[in-house]
Design a protein around this ligand. Structure first.
Ligand code: DX5
Ligand code: ZN
Length: 224
């Protein structure tokens, strides 16, 4: 939680027929990462992107591709997304019976490793893995859909994780995903978020609005 929060627009809210230009527009608007929500129709009800889409996006941006795997089991999917050009691969703790092995595998593949927690999952389950991951993704909605309401009871989890990471002097980013908008972004930042994932709030209004949308997320709704 140092300085300016980094923003990761979620392509789930982009025009799926124009993912290349949407990605380029978000980079031009000042995004820090591009968040790619991979949904398998099993761990969550919806099906979205596979590794072929990540591969197709790769030449369109120099920003890190932040791949959020809502896939169960997650481990068998990791290699294909690494080969496709993901920079950061986040798996759900609920979809990883061998979390330690899965995180080490992601790192062996030369990628940053993230762990996501559903709202109903306690942060204490993550304690043993904190030393072998690069990012923790706190879900502030139940995953599966964009445009849901931010669950404020997850702020305590963000705060607790931030305290535990700092207490151990670990270099782990806390990312917050779901219902982030100019009203909720300051709450997440105050609780200790380093990265804000935003779908609807980032993409609303079309490409001409992207820079303003991102500025409002960083500044908590104040005009810029
Ligand atoms: C939810 C996804 C999110 C989603 C966020 O399952 O993981 O990344 O796109 O969308 P908003 O910001 O619209 O809640
Ligand atoms: Zn996501």
């Amino acid at each position: 939680m140092s300085g300016r929060p980094r923003l990761a627009p979620s392509l789930l809210a982009a025009d799926f027929a124009s993912l290349g230009s949407e990605t380029r527009a978000m980079e031009a608007a000042g995004a820090d990462l591009i968040h790619v929500d991979v949904m398998d129709g099993h761990f969550v009800p919806v099906l979205t992107f596979g590794p072929a889409i990540v591969k197709a996006l790769r030449p369109h941006t120099s920003l890190p591709l932040d791949v959020h795997l809502m896939v169960e089991p997650a481990e068998p999917a990791v290699e294909a997304f690494a080969a496709a050009g993901a920079d950061l691969i986040t798996v759900h703790i609920e979809a990883c019976p061998h979390l330690d092995r899965t995180l080490r595998r992601i790192r062996e593949l030369g990628k940053k490793a993230g762990v996501a927690l559903n709202p109903g999952t306690s942060e204490s389950l993550l304690e043993p893995a904190l030393g072998i991951c690069d990012l923790v993704l706190v879900m502030t909605v139940n995953p599966g859909y964009g445009g849901q309401t931010f669950l404020t009871d997850q702020l305590r989890k963000i705060r607790t994780l931030r305290e535990r990471i700092d207490a151990r002097s670990l270099s782990v980013d806390v990312s917050v995903d779901g219902g982030v908008n100019p009203e909720t972004a300051p709450l997440a930042i105050e609780a200790g978020a380093d990265i804000l994932v935003a779908g609807a709030a980032a993409f609303q209004g079309g490409a001409d609005e992207y820079r303003g949308n991102l500025d409002r997320l960083r500044s908590g709704g104040r005009a810029s």
